[in-house]
Design a protein around this ligand. Sequence first.
Ligand code: ADP
Ligand code: ASP
Ligand code: MG
Length: 475
Amino acid sequence: MNDLLVMKFGGTSMGSAERIKVAARIAREQRELRPVCLVVSAMSKITDLLLDTMRHAEAGDRAGMEANLAKLRARHLEACRELLPAKGRGAAEEGVRALIAEFERISGGMLMLNELPPRSVDEAVAIGERLSALLITAFLNAEGAPAAAVNAAEVVVTDAVFGNASPLMEPTRARARERLLPHLESGAIPVLTGFNGATADGRPTTLGRGGSDFSASILAAALDASELWIWTDVDGIMTADPRLVPAAAVLPEVTYAEAAELAYNGAKVLHPRTLAPLIDKQIPVWSKNSFAPEKLGTRIVPRIPVSSGARAVTSLAKVALISLEPGSPEISGAHLTARALDALARSNVEVLALSSSSYRQSFCFLVRTEELAHTVQALESALALELAHGYVRPLQVDEQVGLLAVVGEGMRGTPGLAGRIFTAISRENVNIIAIAQGSSELTIAIVVRRDGLEKAVRAVHSECGMGAAALRPGA
Ligand code: ADP
Ligand code: ASP
Ligand code: MG
């Protein structure tokens, strides 16, 4: 659709009645200028609360579950009261109660079964987004701006990987047009739930934690939007996580590739898969601060004419390094690597970094801690015979590690940069365990000891002059 603006509001930007009012004001201001479609996250911390409630249910802890349900109800009913006048709030309150009753019914089933079926988890956890979509929609309508809440389970068609589903773009495009264009054509603002979707035959799915950014880009691509604005709680994409590096500065522009590398390597400001749906159509994205909407934020674009050096540093702390080594010369390192990678691919494990030693024919790779148990199981079952006969040594797992990644399109043209980065890390007495191979040319990925990770991030940020460089126009 011509001129369509898709805007996504994250958890903090939807975190209270006051924040929802600001989001609604921004939506109305933009609606004066062009058609607008919203994508919303659950109120901050609500997804964690819902997941925690389900864990109580699985453990048979009814009291814990009910205490959480009371918190869930209180937070949303309070927002409802603060957003809407007493007279006009009946329907919204009823809507909130009905959604929480739906969540209670699903988690009640989990309590009886002592089990968390993945598809029921996805159905239940998306209720956080349905609640926040209901609240902002009711407020927009009360303010005289027609809006309609739409459950993304009716729009975003995905595969059946519960908890980390991928969109099927063709059917999503058809559904998005069918479900959302009538609202847009009538001048209303559709408010889509972020994070969730459903398989073509209607089984509920979610897109992974932080997935509302991805929902927004899926929607922007499906509707041929002219821009996507992602509203969050920092001024844009920064040279480092400002919580770790106080000197971090906002990057006025980054490329799709840089943003994707940063996101994959831990910059929580964007969900890693956000950029993928936008690449073909080259839809520009802005990352903006809903707490300071007057600031420009970061523009994410296909290309930047001049780009130099390292632009940002990011880190992942919850990772583990797995090493594999042949136990006898009868098995080659290449063969072992191939078998292991095949096992990982079949069990949907995401390998974050990979490194090998030709001398020992060994190789090691990094996975998220949450995937560790599943990864070890997949490898041990694929290599069961080799392990039993000693052709492969027992897997070594090191959980005391962290990943640091330095990103910048211009790094390949900056001689001596890698050396300076390694020296800066060593100067802090932080041990470098591995340097990842095979990553793209715009990223240097380094595995260090976990307890030195934050120090290393600050040292690299300062060595590369990132805070200052980001402020230079055209840098
Ligand atoms: P939302 O709820 O809006 O999706 P998130 O909490 O998912 O927001 O992401 C925003 C957070 O990402 C910021 O508060 C910041 O601490 C963190 N962050 C990590 N790395 C970066 C970075 N390079 N630039 C900006 N923010 C970052
Ligand atoms: N509410 C979901 C989460 O916390 C999705 C999101 O916020 O993007 O993971
Ligand atoms: Mg997020």
